[in-house]
Write a protein that binds this ligand. Sequence first.
Ligand code: GLC
Ligand code: CA
Length: 534
Amino acid sequence: MITKWWQKAVIYQIYPRSFQDSNQDGIGDLPGIIFRLDYLKKLGVDALWLSPVYPSPNRDNGYDISDYQGIAAEYGTMEDMERLIEEARKREIKIIMDLVVNHTSDQHPWFKEAKKSSESPYHDFYIWREEPNELISNFGGSAWTFVPEVGKYYLHLHAKEQPDLNWENPQMRKAIYAMMNYWLAKGIGGFRLDVIDLIGKEPDRLITKNGPKLHDYLQEMHRETFGNYNVVTVGETWGATPEIAQLYSGECREELSMVFQFEHISLDKQTGKRKWDLKELNPQELHQVLSKWQVELQGKGWNSLFWNNHDLPRIISRWGNDDHYRELSGKMLAIYLHFMQGTPYIYQGEEIGMINYPVASIEEVDDIESHQMYASRLKAGYTKEELLASINAKGRDNARHPMLWDDSKQAGFTKGTPWLPVAISSEISVKNALADPNSLFYTYQRLIQLRKELPIIIEGNYRVIPTEESHVLVYERLLPGQRLVVVVNFSNQVGHFSLEHPEKSGVVLIHNYQQEIKEQLAPYEAYAILYTKN
Ligand code: GLC
Ligand code: CA
């Protein structure tokens, strides 16, 4: 049964550092977000997920938190945060906080105490061993760092400045739940849970993802915190399969509302290798993977639907075409995803078709992950050219360049010096998008509106319709008496598809070309038709 508000919602992700600067220090901030709420209301989204805004030394841009219950000075104050929650609420928009509880910053007071002595009450908040084992950090290199004061190594599955919390310690869990309840009491709309599938780890057995106690912890967390509120929770789970996703989001499980799965996101990397090891996308494979998730979670869980986030390259540059078909391919990608079942997420700038920003040297790169990969692979014998090609295709900075608002010098993001260059464009901006009734922005607006109007988008059963050409992807959604057909050409070549029912008997809900629907599909052509029996 579809009864929850978040099953009907569309969520917009903000990377606060790059959204809107209000005091001209070159860093986006909370007053900047408040200033843009009317824009987000116009788009039609129901909730905003903010990447972390807590105090942080920013080794990993806020995903290394040094105070869970504060706001970083560069983003504003707690009053600004409360004002944001309130101003958003007035516009029927909820605020979702990013919850990073697999690790803290090494500057968090807990860790500072923990590493002073093994006797400290905070020592066991983290994971210590006399000897390191072969576990590798997600950012490369050993996952263990030695602390001479205590004569032991601590575990960090990311940078060494991000020590992993010890979830086996009930005191630590209690402290985390108290912090979560502090935020829930402020009236937030939920949490996005960073790398949550790592909290059940058993380092001695080299188990990181999906450890044996993971679901016990989540059930406890649900009971102690958000289970008492009408909020959304979405876990980042790189290791999820549909069976695993059911454990988190199955209705009787009392864990999370849904997870982000990454199976589709991994299709353009070589099997068994890392994201940097590129491979061309096969659209049929994409269709198979997303269809599998649609079918297998139907009635047994809930999908999240996304192309982008702050860790991923821009989807138009990745699987669309940022050359001649930027808007058309962007519309195709949006139409393909937004008629599926689940909760769609839009990442800032996606709705105006922002694209990747290539760099010519490593000095232009900010992101710690790209830097660590570059250093270690250079040692291993890769050429600089190869490494820059990987960074330009997959590096996280691609998503983190400031939002393009208008055609002024720094695109309306700041009047100061931006923390990361603004990818100035004569074409891409919110200003242009709003002025053109045919822009990608209005495709997204229409898709969000259709989801609110048509229950079939939320509830309909999903079925693949086979096609003869591998770049033509078709599916249908079904409710008694209703059928919604979605047809997309995932390529810059023409394609072919003939509807068994003529267009006349159905209503075209959306179409990215202003022409009649024919058997021949133009490059990136995409449309959806609703048939109703009467
Ligand atoms: C998640 C975040 C990413 C961060 C990592 C460590 O994957 O999305 O940005 O670097 O966790 O917190
Ligand atoms: Ca600022």
